[in-house]
Ligand binder design. Structure first.
Ligand SMILES: [Zn+2]
Ligand SMILES: [Zn+2]
Length: 650
C-alpha cells in the first residue's frame, strides 16, 4: 500500500466537490453517492468525455454518472447491444468473421461475413443466445494493448476484417473490450456488464459491402432495434409492422401501380392506374399554376457540358450526373431544370414590370444513384419535380415566400398532410457565390419567415451549394417525417449566367432566382402518398373513383349505362360485371381500395339510381345518377379525401 495516496478533487454536476484517492473509478464514485445510482449507472463522463464506469480518475476533474436518463445513454446501450449480438453470433457460428457494429437510429447493426446468409431461424437462435448472455451478466472489460497484440488476438480467432481495421489505425495502442468469451476491437465506452442490456429485437438482415465499397466483399448486416425501455421498443415494433403493411413497394405491386425492370435500374414504370394518379398530380399543380401566376415551359433534356460548367454542376454535382457523347461533343443529361431556365431567361430583355416571372417545368430529370439502393420510388434515377424558378428583384422575395407558403399549405392539405415543419438552411462548406451574397440571401429568407409568425428551425450548413433555403417537412399518417418542399434563394447563378432586368432607373439590375418545389420528386412523393394513405388515395385523385356492380347479369346493361353517364361527367369509373357473387366482387373492390361501390339491382335499374357503398364501410344511401355525379364532382373540386354527399367548406 502506498503510504501517500495522491488525492484528486472531483466536481459533480450539482457543484458538489469530493476529495478521493487518485485511481478511484467512476463506478466507485457512483456507489459512494448511493446504491440506486450505482445500480442505474451505465457509463460516466470525465471533463465532458464519455468513458466507461471502470475508468479511474487521475486528475482534478468534473465527473458525471450516465444513467438511462442521460442523452448519451441510448447510443451507448445500442452499441453495447451490437457487441452482444456479435458475442451470440460467435458462440453459434464460430467461423463467422465479425465486422463493425455502430449504433443507428432506433437501434444498431452489425456486419458479419458468414459462409451463407443468415436465415430467420438463425436470427431467432441469435436472439435467444443474446438473452442468455444478458442473464449471465458478464462484466464488460476494457483492455488496452499494442496493435501487434491485438492483431495476434484477432488472427487467432480468424477475424481477418478486424485485423484489417487494426492495421489501418494510426495509433500504436488500441483498445479492445472483453465480455467473458467474446472480445471485440473498440474505442468504447460500453455498459459495465451484459446484464444491463436486454431490450432489443433483431429485425432483419441485408447485404452490405465491407466499408460501403462495392469493390469489397458483400457482408451480411444484422439490424437490431434497441431501446432503453420495453415500452419504447414495443411502440417501435408496432410502427415497423404498420410501415411494412404500407410499404409502397408492396402496395405499388398489389394495387397495379408501378413495376420495375432490371434493364432500367431504379427507374419506375407507371402502370395505367399509377399513371392516372401521377398525371392527376401534374394536372392539379398545373391548374394551380394558372391561378397563381406561374407560366409553364418545356425545355431540353440534354445540354452541352458548357452549360453545366457555367452553372457549377460539373464542379459540384458531377458524380450525380449522366453524360453522353455525340458529334465529338460532350453532353450532360440535366439533373435539374434550372440551367435550362437561365438560358431561356437570357433569350429576351426583361423590365422590372415583367418581374417576378415564375417558370414552371415538369421536365424529366436524371440523377445517378448507386445501383444496389433498394427498389422503390423513394430513390430513383429518373423523375419529374414540380419545379419552378422565380426571377424576382430582391425586394419582392418576401412576398414571393408568402405566396409560396399559401400554395404549399393548400397542396399538402389536398393530399391529407396537415402538419408542416419548416427549417431554414444556411451556407454549407462546399458552395459558390460570395459571403456577401450569402449574407443577403440568408437575411431575406429569415426575415420572410419571421414575418409569417410560423415556427421554424435554423440548420447551419444545410443550404444548397448555390444559396440558402427553406425546407418543408410533413408527417405521414404513422408519424414519420418526410422532407418535401423547398424554396432556395440563389444570388450566384444570376451572376454566372449574367441575368439582368432593366430597373425603374433604366439601368440593368440582377434578379434573384428562387428555386422552389412543393412535392419535390413526383416519383418519391407518389411513394410517400402510398404509404401515407395505405393505398386509400384521396377521392379526387383515386385511379378508380367508383366501381359499378350489377347485382346479377340481368342488370349488367343498366350498370354499363350508369358507368357511361358517370364517365362522361369526367369521373373515373370501372364496371365489374363478372359472373361472380356480389359479395366477392365487393370484397375485391375493397381490397383495391376503391372509394365507392355503386350497386345496381332491380330497384336501382328501374329508378335510374345507384346504391352507394363506401370503402371504409358504411354507405351513402341510394342516389340518382345525377345526384351521385354532382356530389362526386363537388368532392373532386374541393380535393376531398373521401366521397361525401355534402361538401363542407374547409
Ligand atoms: Zn464497442
Ligand atoms: Zn432550380
Amino acid at each position: 500500500m502506498e503510504a501517500l495516496a495522491k488525492m484528486v478533487t472531483v466536481t459533480l454536476p450539482d457543484g458538489t466537490r469530493k476529495q478521493v484517492p487518485a485511481g478511484t473509478t467512476l463506478a466507485q464514485i457512483a456507489a459512494s453517492i448511493g446504491p440506486r445510482l450505482a445500480e442505474a449507472a451505465l457509463a460516466g463522463k470525465i471533463d465532458g468525455k464519455l468513458v466507461d464506469l471502470s475508468r479511474p480518475i487521475d486528475h482534478d476533474a468534473s465527473v458525471e454518472i450516465v444513467t438511462a436518463r442521460s442523452p448519451e445513454a441510448v447510443d451507448l446501450y445500442r452499441h453495447s447491444t451490437a457487441h452482444l449480438t456479435a458475442n451470440a453470433v460467435k458462440r453459434l457460428f464460430p467461423e463467422v468473421q465479425i465486422g463493425i457494429g455502430p449504433a443507428i437510429e432506433h437501434g444498431y447493426y452489425y456486419d458479419f461475413n458468414p459462409k451463407r446468409p443468415f436465415t430467420p431461424e438463425d436470427l431467432a437462435a441469435i436472439e435467444a443466445e443474446m438473452k442468455k448472455i444478458v442473464a449471465e451478466n458478464n462484466p464488460v472489460e476494457r483492455l488496452e494493448m499494442s496493435k501487434a497484440e491485438a492483431v495476434k488476438i484477432f488472427e487467432g480467432q480468424n477475424d481477418a476484417l478486424k485485423v484489417e481495421i487494426i492495421r489501418g489505425i494510426p495509433d500504436d495502442r488500441v483498445s479492445c473490450y472483453r465480455q467473458k468469451d467474446f472480445i471485440d476491437l473498440c474505442r468504447g465506452p460500453h455498459v459495465p456488464s451484459t446484464g444491463k442490456l436486454g431490450v432489443f429485437k433483431l429485425t432483419h438482415t441485408a447485404g452490405a459491402y465491407w466499408k460501403g465499397d462495392e469493390k469489397n466483399p458483400m457482408l451480411q448486416r444484422i439490424y437490431g432495434a434497441a431501446f432503453l425501455t420495453q415500452k419504447e421498443l414495443d411502440e417501435h415494433l408496432r410502427r415497423l409492422e404498420e410501415a411494412k403493411a404500407r410499404d409502397h413497394r408492396k402496395l405499388g405491386k398489389e394495387l397495379d401501380l408501378v413495376v420495375f425492370h432490371p434493364w432500367a435500374p431504379a427507374s419506375p414504370f407507371f402502370l395505367p392506374k399509377g399513371a392516372s394518379i401521377y398525371n392527376g398530380m401534374v394536372e392539379f399543380l398545373r391548374s394551380e399554376y394558372r391561378k397563381r401566376g406561374y407560366d409553364e415551359v418545356v425545355t431540353p433534356q440534354i445540354f452541352d457540358v458548357e452549360l453545366f460548367k457555367t452553372s457549377g454542376h460539373l464542379a459540384n454535382y458531377r458524380e450525380n450526373m449522366f453524360f453522353t457523347k455525340a458529334e465529338e461533343r460532350e453532353f450532360g443529361v440535366k439533373p435539374m431544370n434550372c440551367p435550362g431556365h437561365f438560358l431561356m431567361y437570357q433569350s429576351r430583355l426583361w423590365s422590372y414590370r415583367d418581374l417576378p416571372v415564375r417558370l414552371a417545368d415538369f421536365g424529366r430529370l436524371h440523377r445517378f444513384e448507386l445501383s444496389g439502393v433498394t427498389a422503390g420510388l423513394t430513390r430513383v434515377r429518373t423523375f419529374v419535380t414540380d419545379d419552378a424558378h422565380i426571377f424576382t428583384p430582391l425586394d419582392k422575395v418576401e412576398s414571393e415566400i408568402f405566396a409560396f407558403l399559401d400554395f404549399l399549405d393548400f397542396v399538402y392539405r389536398s393530399f391529407g398532410f396537415m402538419e408542416v415543419q419548416i427549417s431554414l438552411g444556411l451556407r454549407p462548406e462546399k458552395r459558390i457565390g460570395t459571403d456577401e451574397q450569402w449574407e443577403r440571401g440568408e437575411k431575406a429568407l429569415d426575415a420572410a419567415l419571421q414575418k409569417t409568425g410560423r415556427a421554424y428551425t435554423v440548420s447551419p450548413g444545410d443550404g444548397a451549394f448555390y444559396g440558402p433555403k427553406i425546407d418543408f417537412r410533413v408527417q405521414d399518417a404513422i408519424g414519420r417525417p418526410w422532407q418535401l418542399g423547398t424554396i432556395q434563394c440563389d444570388f450566384a447563378q444570376p451572376e454566372n449566367f449574367d441575368l439582368t432586368y432593366i430597373g425603374e432607373d433604366g439601368k440593368p439590375h440582377r434578379p434573384v432566382v428562387l428555386h422552389r418545389a412543393i412535392l419535390g420528386s413526383l416519383e418519391r412523393f407518389f411513394g410517400i402518398l402510398i404509404e401515407h394513405t395505405a393505398g386509400n388515395f384521396p377521392f379526387w385523385i383515386a385511379p378508380v373513383q367508383a366501381v359499378v356492380l350489377p347485382v346479377s347479369d340481368r342488370f349488367a346493361e343498366a350498370a354499363r349505362t350508369a358507368a357511361e353517364t358517370l364517365r362522361s361527367a369526367g369521373l373515373r369509373i370501372a364496371v365489374d360485371d363478372r359472373n361472380e357473387k356480389l359479395g366477392a366482387r365487393i370484397r375485391q373492390a375493397e381490397l383495391a381500395k376503391t372509394p365507392c361501390m355503386l350497386v345496381v339491382g332491380e330497384k336501382e335499374a328501374a329508378a335510374g339510381t345507384v346504391s352507394v357503398r363506401l370503402r371504409h364501410g358504411g354507405d351513402a344511401g341510394t342516389l340518382s345518377i345525377e345526384d351521385y355525379t354532382a356530389a362526386a364532382l363537388r368532392c373532386v373540386a374541393s380535393r376531398g379525401g373521401e366521397f361525401v354527399t355534402e361538401v363542407k367548406d374547409r
